[in-house]
Write a protein that binds this ligand. Structure first.
Ligand code: UDP
Length: 384
């Protein structure tokens, strides 16, 4: 009897492990955007898994990092101080060396329990530990830096096979910290496809949410956790009685939402908690007031929104402010009064608002997630 040739099955899917943490909302958003892009570009070719390494693997107290992040970031000076004193090649090497004995087992368990053909990290505080833990069985490792400009040395471990950054400034930092230029790609922050193609149009969304069609909409967001002096800013906008609708997204900050519900509002206002529909909110808005989070800024560029930045994390988000200002896509307004002044200019002068909107739009990098997906596929020689 002649043997039949073995049937050729479909190629096994490549397993991609994404290391992120819910410290803020940006790492999750960037990860989900890349997973979406992998499926859009290469349907059925990849199995993606997301692991919150802090929450699911690291020992106490680090495992509470997602819970600790919002209160710590409320003390900006402490944040800025720890950012600065730990930044630098030698300092991060020392911190990593001190931390490794404490994190080694957790990192090894993470690697063992999540078999992967390639690892993508979107967090600065995992790279060196993980790569050390995989020393004997290294896997291709891609770091996607989800800060825009002021990137901490923790991001950069020269063992990474590829490092993706969003700006030339971040590239210069990466080179300074020892990443070979050949392993660097300047692409942009991965952002979900829905920001480029919102599922509903602006008027439809306004009708659905009960926002007036005839007034400009100011969207106020404080990152995934409703951070920064968002309450004071909202109240200042209220007192100024601008001729606009105010939409506030309080993120996971339920207390803030409850407080704002008690305010006596002098303009049309709509308050929301954490939303999964940010693309529609941005598409239907005319101006964005936000803390200088890299994810939110990148999404605003795609949504053509002029920005008023009212807060930043010192160190980490300083460069974002300069970046937005240099692009003329927005202004830095650290005092509520300055926020109101900036908004008033745009509410009263649609031409100036339009100019800022166009500048914002020019900075957009809507294809970043798909380009990173192609970079991942390249590692396996997959090109269609
Ligand atoms: N975000 C969201 N829903 C909300 C509030 C925020 O999906 O209700 C998302 C927002 O669109 C962005 C991320 O959370 O993708 C915030 O990331 P960013 O880098 O701006 O700030 P972080 O929270 O990481 O400091």
């Amino acid at each position: 009897m002649t043997e039949l040739p073995e049937a050729e099955g479909p190629e096994p899917r490549k397993r991609v492990l994404f290391l992120f943490s819910d410290t803020g909302g940006g790492h999750r958003s960037a990860t989900e955007a890349m997973i979406e892009a992998l499926e859009l570009e290469f349907p059925g070719r990849f199995d993606a898994r997301m692991v919150d390494f802090f929450r699911d693997y690291y020992p106490s107290p680090l495992k509470y990092a997602p819970e600790i992040y919002p209160p710590i970031s409320k003390v900006p000076h402490a944040w800025g101080f720890s950012f600065k004193v730990s930044d630098g090649k030698g300092r991060t090497r020392a911190v990593n060396a001190l931390a490794y004995p404490y994190l080694r087992r957790a990192a090894q368990r993470l690697v063992k329990e999540n078999p992967a053909d390639l690892i993508v990290s979107v967090h600065p505080l995992v790279n060196t530990t993980l790569m050390r833990a995989m020393r004997r069985s290294p896997r291709p490792y891609l770091t996607v830096v989800t800060d825009l400009v002021s990137t901490h040395a923790f991001w950069y471990d020269r063992r990474a096979d590829l490092v993706v950054v969003a700006t030339d400034e971040a590239k210069a930092k990466a080179v300074e910290y020892g990443i070979p230029e050949g392993n660097l790609r300047v692409i942009g922050l991965p952002v979900a496809e829905r920001f480029t193609h919102p599922p509903v149009d602006r008027d439809e969304w306004r009708d659905r949410m009960g926002w007036r069609r005839d007034l400009p909409v100011i969207l106020l967001v404080g990152g995934g956790d409703g951070m920064g002096p968002l309450k004071r800013v909202a109240k200042a906008i209220n007192e100024a009685r601008l001729n606009a609708t105010l939409v506030v997204i309080c993120g996971r900050n339920a207390e803030l939402k409850a407080e704002l519900e008690q305010v006596d509002w002098h303009l049309p206002v709509h308050l929301y908690g954490f939303t999964t529909e940010m693309p529609q909110f941005m598409a239907a808005a005319d101006m964005l007031v936000t803390k200088a989070g890299p994810g939110t800024i990148s999404e605003a560029f795609i949504s053509r929104l002029p920005l008023v930045l009212y807060a930043r994390l010192p160190g980490q988000e300083d460069g974002n402010v300069t970046y937005v200002e240099q692009l003329r896509a927005g202004v830095w307004a650290p005092r509520p009064r300055e926020v109101v002044d900036a908004l008033r200019r745009w509410v009263d002068n649609p031409v100036a608002r339009q100019e800022a909107a166009e500048a914002s739009s020019r900075a957009a990098k809507p294809d970043a997630a798909r380009r990173i997906a192609r970079l991942i596929a390249d590692q396996f020689g997959i090109s269609d």
